[in-house]
Write a protein that binds this ligand. Structure first.
Ligand code: UD1
Length: 416
């Protein structure tokens, strides 16, 4: 298993190009199953998760090629309707093929995803939505099976805002007969992007980006070319990298309109943020001011930035309170940050972070993708050497993170 070795204390400076969005790419690749015609997807990040999604589609009988950020998919002859446990257990987003297969073929079988380190992660809303569209759901031998004679549009209210359920139900309803309404839908940029892609293929979706999405079913979808949005979580991670190292980083290809929540919080800490043409420039200060956060569905502060924010607050000039409202066990980075000299206590889903003057490098272990990003950020700031193990979690969701940081001056290397 690879490790990162970071010699901390370098002020990061320079430009970084933000990659395509992982969380947009995954449902969009899955959505190519909805048509037998060729789809060309651009700005797809080279990540373990995108590779797994392509592999899953190939295992279903689809034809997918992935090179230089472009996925070419032609899923004419789908012959297998079962997403196996080996793939689902490595990537929960595998569950997206369920909505797409059900939508086009009226049948799908997916291994039950199970819980993960950040929480239980149920999929009850995906399944009850499929049922409202006319599917019959059964669970046998660890697999969820959905079958339908035909799918019929329905009025579906999601009692929790869920990105996954919104995406899956969008895919299941685009080819259904009549109109579907998704109420209390997720408004994340990647949901908007999925809808834009589906509309490119001929779907009739309106209201994407609001909490009520309307889908008028069509009889078939065509092929098309689509460029996926840039990754706002990656962009925000680099914004925090500038803030935590007292550096100055220019983000290229960043989705400026999606960065608002983290941008406002960074301004509270004293960081400076400027738009420079199409680029965004972020400049940190030596000791950031404390700033509380409550994670919330978009446009709130993203749960996927909570861990990185905690690293920044760990070196702030006072105390801050971080409330994690989305995932029940998303504080796995706390003991690791404390090993680096941070002063963080937790009670339930609240963390109290009391800023310390400096962090000190230590051996630490990554538990999940964003926890990994928080440890990298802490290592960049810390005095001395930080050895980060289990970086495969980072490889799931950050494209060439160590190369991008190295280009900004960081002393980081990957060792086998
Ligand atoms: C997606 C993101 C993940 C992010 C999360 C929240 C991808 C691939 N992953 O995960 O990085 O942290 O959104 O922004 O895009 N819930 C239910 N029942 C359901 C589904 C969800 O109760 O059927 C609950 C979950 O337990 C959680 C909340 O809803 O508390 C949000 O989950 P959801 O938005 O579905 O997360 P994911 O789509 O799995």
């Amino acid at each position: 298993m690879d490790k990162f070795i970071i010699e901390g204390g370098v002020v990061l400076k320079g430009k970084v190009k933000i990659s395509g969005s992982k969380n947009a790419a995954l449902p969009i690749i899955a959505a190519t199953l909805l048509t037998g015609k060729e789809c060309l997807l651009k700005n797809i990040p080279q990540l373990n998760d995108t590779k797994v999604m392509n592999k899953l589609i190939v295992s279903l009988g689809g034809k997918v090629a992935f090179e230089a950020g472009v996925v070419r998919a032609e899923n004419r002859n789908i012959s297998n309707f079962k997403a196996p446990y080996d793939l689902v257990k490595t990537m929960r987003a595998s569950v997206y093929v369920m909505g797409a297969l059900l939508g086009r073929y009226h049948k799908a079988e997916v291994a039950m995803p199970g819980g993960c380190i950040i929480g239980e992660r149920p999929i009850n809303l995906h399944l009850s939505g499929f049922e409202k569209l006319g599917a019959k759901i059964t669970v046998e031998h660890g697999y969820i099976k959905a079958v339908a004679k035909k799918l019929k549009g329905a009025d579906i209210y999601l009692d929790t805002v869920s990105v996954g359920a919104t995406a899956n139900l969008l895919m299941a309803s685009v080819l259904a007969e009549g109109k579907t309404l998704l109420r209390n839908a997720a408004q994340e940029p990647h949901i908007l992007d999925l809808c834009s892609f589906l509309n490119t293929l001929g779907a009739k979706i309106t209201g994407a980006g609001t909490n009520t999405i309307s889908i008028q079913g069509v009889s078939s979808l065509k092929g098309g070319t689509y460029e996926v949005i840039s990754d706002y979580i990656e962009a925000e991670t680099f914004m925090v990298a500038a803030a935590i190292t007292n550096g100055k980083i220019t983000l290229e290809n960043a989705p400026a309109e999606n960065l608002q929540a983290v941008k406002e919080k960074l301004l509270e800490t004293g960081a400076e943020i400027k738009k420079n043409g199409i680029n965004i420039e972020v400049r940190g200060i030596k000791t950031p001011k404390p700033s509380n956060i409550d994670t919330a569905p978009y446009p709130g502060f993203p749960t996927d930035m909570q861990a990185q924010w905690m690293s920044l607050m760990a070196v702030s000039s006072g105390a801050s309170i971080l409330n994690e409202t989305i995932w029940e066990k998303r504080f796995m980075h706390v003991p690791e940050l404390n090993r680096m000299g941070a002063n963080i206590t937790t009670k339930g889903n609240t963390a109290i972070v009391t800023g310390v003057r400096e962090l000190s490098g230590a051996p630490v272990m990554v538990s999940d993708l964003r926890a990994g990003a928080s440890l990298v950020l802490a290592g960049l700031r810390a005095k001395g050497t930080t050895e980060i193990s289990r970086v495969y979690h980072l490889d799931r969701g950050y494209e060439s993170i160590e190369k991008k940081l190295e280009a900004l001056g960081a002393r980081i290397k990957r060792v086998k």
